[in-house]
Design a protein around this ligand. Structure first.
Ligand code: IMP
Length: 177
């Protein structure tokens, strides 16, 4: 098994691109079924969710819209805990069926701060789709309605997720050794 060095850290292959594709397909099928006859608005959280959001959105076959927002800064292998106000949220959320698209729910801090902000706009419904979830890292419990993978509390990168800016372009997900 080939390891990968990014900055000062070593990573091993963890989730293959085929496994990712399978789970993205499954999640999309669940959303297509639940939103039949509706027109959901996907809100993808940059930067980490951009690849998951694109692959997921391509598999959505109900009428749907997507917008991208920027929220939090995350540096290094532990959350800074700082949440920046949403940038680029120009869509009207009132009475819309909103689906937040995240790369990973780690401590849950980001979404625990952001979801209540969205509730103020009175969407018709508000759901969360996340590619990854680390339940063992939970500080703020978040209901994830559509989930790709449950993973242990180890740092991962690839498929949109970075380590200090690098690794987002990897097709597979790697895990810190
Ligand atoms: P939370 O607020 O602790 O749930 O963290 C959310 C954000 O932290 C995610 O959207 C990611 O950008 C980042 N993050 C958390 N865990 C990892 C990881 O293992 N690798 C890369 N980024 C991570």
């Amino acid at each position: 098994m080939s390891t990968l060095k990014v900055h000062d850290k070593e990573f091993i292959p963890y989730i293959t691109s085929q496994q990712i594709e399978e789970q993205v397909t499954r999640v999309a099928a669940e959303i297509n079924k639940d939103y039949e006859g509706k027109r959901p608005l996907f809100i993808a959280i940059l930067n980490g969710a951009f690849i998951f959001a694109a692959d997921l959105f391509k598999k959505i076959n109900v009428e749907a819209e997507i917008c991208f927002i920027k929220l939090a800064s995350y540096k290094g292998v532990k959350s800074t805990g700082k949440v920046i106000t949403a940038i680029g949220l120009d869509a009207e959320l009132y009475n819309r069926d909103v689906i937040i698209v995240e790369d990973i729910v780690d401590t849950g801090k980001t979404l625990s701060q952001f979801l209540p902000q969205l509730e103020h706009h009175h969407p018709a419904s508000l759901k969360v789709a996340s590619l990854l979830h680390k339940p063992a890292a939970t500080v703020h419990s978040i209901k994830i309605d559509y989930l790709g993978f449950t993973i242990p509390d180890k740092f991962v990168l690839g498929y949109g997720l970075d380590y200090d800016g690098l690794g987002r372009n990897l097709k597979e997900i790697y895990q810190l050794i």
